[in-house]
Design a binder for this molecule. Sequence first.
Ligand code: MG
Length: 157
Amino acid sequence: MRVGLGYDYHRLEAGRKLILGGVEIPFGKGLAGHSDGDALTHAICDALLGAAGLGDIGQHFPDTDPQWKDASSLTLLAQVVERLRAKGLRVAQVDSVIIAEAPKLAPHFARMRETLAQALGLEPAEVNVKAKTTEGLEAVGRGEAMAAQAIVVLESA
Ligand code: MG
């Protein structure tokens, strides 16, 4: 069994789509980034790569590579899962938390879990998503940014 930890932090920008866990959430602001800015999926990718001893998302998908400009982060996730498979590893479980002041994310958890589980080759019950606010404090609390953390367990395939 192998365990990995992932973290990501993105600025919020007016007029961008908000994508979290591969799901578009109506908001009016979205996460800035070279790809779609999906901080939750990026944190999960980093946790998976960490658990496999494969470095981090920036090494595999550099933000200088035009191939990943505006790319769906689910595409990156699918590629990470493929790289794990090539090492004889499969994902057993994911837990995660999004840190955001607004909007309310709980109504979107079920779709995020289904969407991420499909990309990971898991059942939604093995992919947990939670959310926290910072009670108005710091950049996240002022609505200037969102963060995400993830932890994963890998098993031998
Ligand atoms: Mg990111």
